[in-house]
Design a protein. Structure first.
Length: 232
């Protein structure tokens, strides 16, 4: 049985202890760390890189949602919250699970069953975003364009867009292995959304995305693009 590395993030010691107690009944759950707030959690997650986190939503300082928004790589998440089920409708839960405090053993068992199933599948890279009053995981594969806005980045997917707090340089490094390419100083494109190259002049190029949006390549980046994409 594959071990599932777990980090518990909750500002209350009693909450962390209760989750530890429940987890001891599952041989494949390995509690590798704990954190009391978002700042401590960021360091712990970067150091331990767990498969799963139990995450309290309401914590001093940054909330559990704000923690996820700040992460470049998000493991599987089970929210642990005192919110009722109506409040939980404020965000998308299709890719998530949650436990209501006090946690019932049968509900914990169901959540772990779902985690095992999802971890056995290929997990698509995604970013946790806030869009108005909704929270959800956005798969990078459906994002066709990323634009720089000072210390933020705007992600375009379909006919919608959302902001995340991240520099374009940081995202360029993170997404290089997922089909993204730096077209110019301010834009990353998803190469899977390229429709055609429509103009080449003066050492520069312009491409057309599937939504017919033109993107200008800088001269330097066009040279780099041709070196790594000889079929384009």
């Amino acid at each position: 049985m594959k071990q599932i590395r777990v980090v518990i993030i909750d500002d209350e010691r009693s909450g962390r202890s209760e989750l530890r107690r429940l987890a001891t009944r599952y041989p494949d759950l390995e509690i590798v760390g704990e954190a009391r707030d978002a700042e401590e959690a960021r360091e712990t997650l970067a150091r331990l890189m767990p498969d799963l986190i139990f995450l309290d939503i309401q914590m001093p300082g940054k909330s559990g949602f704000e923690l996820l928004e700040s992460l470049q790589s998000v493991p599987r998440v089970i929210f642990v919250t005192a919110f009722d089920q109506y409040a939980l409708k404020a965000f998308e839960v299709s890719a998530l699970d949650y436990l209501l405090k006090p946690v019932r053993e049968e509900r914990f068992a169901k959540a772990i069953e779902q985690v095992r199933k999802r971890l056995s599948e290929n997990q698509e890279p995604a970013v946790f975003v806030k869009d108005k009053s909704r929270y959800y995981f956005l798969p990078w594969k459906i994002v066709h364009l990323v634009e720089s806005l000072d210390n933020y980045a705007r992600l375009y997917f379909g006919d919608r867009n959302v902001l995340i707090k991240s520099s374009l340089n940081r995202l360029e490094k993170q997404l290089a292995g997922y089909g993204f390419f730096r077209a110019n100083r301010a834009q990353l494109i998803n190469k899977n959304f390229i429709k055609e190259i429509i103009a080449i002049s003066g050492g520069q190029a312009q491409i057309l995305l599937r939504n017919n949006e033109p993107i200008e390549f800088s001269e330097r980046q066009w040279i780099n693009f041709k070196k790594t994409n000889t079929d384009k």
